[in-house]
Design a protein around this ligand. Sequence first.
Ligand code: 5CA
Ligand code: ZN
Length: 403
Amino acid sequence: MQSWNAPEVPTIEGQGIVPRVHDTASGGLRELSGVGGRVGMYVCGITPYDSTHLGHAATYVAFDTLNRAWRDAGLDVTYVQNVTDVDDPLLERAEDTGVDWRELASSEIEKFRGDMAGLRVIPPAHYVSVVDSVDLVVTAVSEMLRTGSAYVVGDDVYADLAADALVGSIGHLDDAEMDTLFAERGGDPDTPGKRHPRDPLLWRGRREGEPSWPGGDLGEGRPGWHIECAAIARDHLDIPMTVQGGGYDLVYPHHEMSTSHLREVTGRQHPAEAFVHTGLVGYQGHKMSKSRGNLVFVSQLAADGIPADVVRLVLLAQHYRTDWEYSSAQLGAAARRWQRWQDAAHLARDTDESATIAALRAAIADDLNTPAAVAIVDAWAARPGRGRAVIAAVSALLGVEIG
Ligand code: 5CA
Ligand code: ZN
């Protein structure tokens, strides 16, 4: 599927630094340099039933920061993102609003592209629709049935998690926590015939009034959620991939399950080198979420005349792993900061700034510490005799234009 227009990313003087990033599974920092100069990143994409909100933007800007740091370090990045363009919440919203589910998905995907391009997020090399990937899912589920890591319940197919001793090794949750989150986040613990309440759906047999596709021996149906990301990642990335990413709300069950499925279909015990998760953005006291409706839309901020640079500076002022609460006062603070940086850029000279650029790179390489990076640029902007080279570094590493 078409992604979106790429921003211009200038090259910077000197040598970039390979970042060290927090891995949810091990709980420690990992230096992520891939294999032979190549890194692969899979970031879970949107379910397109509503517009991009600041929580989504924070997550995609965080992974954009990693992408930019890798490129600056000279690594060859393959970035893959899916779009969950068929799933229960999308079908329910379409039903409730009387819009065809395909139209709802395609109009929201189109808006998302505009929002991401507007925010200068570097697009994925492969932006992959689940509807376009049903064959990949059918192949993966059929393999799992053949090898005994999946089983049939009526018209549906479920994963047999008992086949995988490593399930749970990403989130390290106890049974009660997994039970709660499984039920809250799309799982169906009470379906009769399952071997374990937390076994996830792989293939949902055709139901009256729901979209379905030919599934070969599986019969007509549609993909389950977690298997889509496993099948798409396997098709578009070398496994082990370097990073599997998304918001913290995806640790369980989504990444735990999709990683288990990837283990089954690749034979690799560790299909990702690191699992990187962003903190959740809240608003009005709760996680910003489509289901709750407490949303600040990226497109609305743009319509209100807020420049992308200001939105990015709101997001970059937070550390990506910290949960935080958005308030409109942050927009004012970011706008003032952007103005200070622009004023400083206009008066900049050709003096040496290699130390500032090295410090900026080091901050980002230290688990994407963008608040520290922003403080370094603040200090540069406040210093007389500042050098011009920082302007390109701010553009390349932070995606903020001040020149
Ligand atoms: N389509 C699935 C992933 S396969 C999905 O979770 N879609 S989503 O539209 O609900 O979320 C898209 C991405 O935004 C996910 O990585 C999710 O973790 C992240 N996200 C959602 N809400 C927030 C939030 N409030 N703060 C930060 N990130 C968020
Ligand atoms: Zn996903």
